[in-house]
Design a protein around this ligand. Structure first.
Ligand SMILES: [Zn+2]
Length: 265
């Protein structure tokens, strides 16, 4: 019988997780229903693997996902698997930024809305190819801090969306490297994010690099893990120079550090 490694999955809000099953004779495909999509597993040696994420604001408690196994004789078998989401403990941070990033002019509001629609369309795109085969790495050399993912934020006294990435200490000009292999799908100046690079790693997984002082890559390019994307800076809505590193998986906002260590054996 198939052993279900998913049994008893417990995960915090805003965390990436890797689902895996052992191979078995005749098994040709494994697919999980996640966030309204049929997400395929990839086979590596004796495992079937896929990477999914639990959004920062997912409801804590019991959830379930449907997994479908397909065999070479055409037979399929479904399984419903419970997943427990634990409440994240995220503090509130008060920040002071230029007033134009809090009380937007009509022109800036229109621009922010347009760019929001553009980035949503990117996250809604599912590329049916997994570009990466190695584990993710931190995009600033030697960075160990920046674990402010999920903080509830108040800008100039006004509550705003929670912090959907991790801020890494990086002075202006510090080299920023791709966390993994992927395709550049956005490389330009955005109102809130400043100079931004978005990478599509495939299977609905995206990483973002914001507030850059310079961008060294162009849309459409495949970048390798560790390739330089640009330089850290203080563009957009910031209190000072740093790198904002973000990760989305099937539109779930997850802590990028939860991806570190997830790799392919
Ligand atoms: Zn940030």
């Amino acid at each position: 019988m198939l052993s279900l490694l998913l049994a008893g999955v417990v995960v915090g809000q805003g965390q990436a997780l890797q689902l895996s099953y052992p191979t078995e004779p005749g098994l040709t495909a494994v697919v999980v229903g996640w966030s309204g999509r049929a997400v395929p597993f990839v086979r590596r040696d004796d495992q079937w693997l896929t990477t999914v994420g639990v959004d920062l604001d997912s409801r804590p408690g019991e959830h379930a996902v449907n997994v479908t196994f397909t065999y070479d004789d055409g037979r399929t078998r479904g399984h419903r698997e419970p997943i427990t989401v634990l409440q994240g403990q995220y503090p509130t941070t008060e920040l002071t930024v230029e007033e134009r990033y809090v009380e937007l002019s009509p022109e800036d509001q229109a621009r922010a809305d347009r760019e929001g629609a553009e980035t949503t369309a990117i996250y809604d795109t599912f590329t049916p190819e997994r570009y990466w085969t190695q584990s993710f790495q931190v995009p600033v050399q030697g960075a160990k801090d920046g674990r402010n993912f999920g903080h509830r934020r108040v800008f100039n006294g006004q509550p705003r969306a929670p912090h959907a990435g991790a801020d890494l200490r990086a002075g202006t000009g510090t080299a920023i490297y791709a966390a993994n292999r992927g395709r550049v799908v956005l490389a330009k100046d955005l109102f809130y994010s400043g100079n931004a690079v978005f990478l599509d790693h495939g299977y609905g997984l995206y990483s973002t690099y914001l507030h850059l002082s310079a961008i060294d890559v162009a849309v459409g390019e495949i970048v390798e893990r560790g390739q330089r994307l640009g330089s850290a800076g203080a563009t957009g809505r910031v209190t000072g120079p740093h790198l904002h590193w973000g990760v989305r998986i099937l539109d779930a906002r997850v802590d990028p550090f939860s991806l570190i260590g997830i790799g392919v054996p």
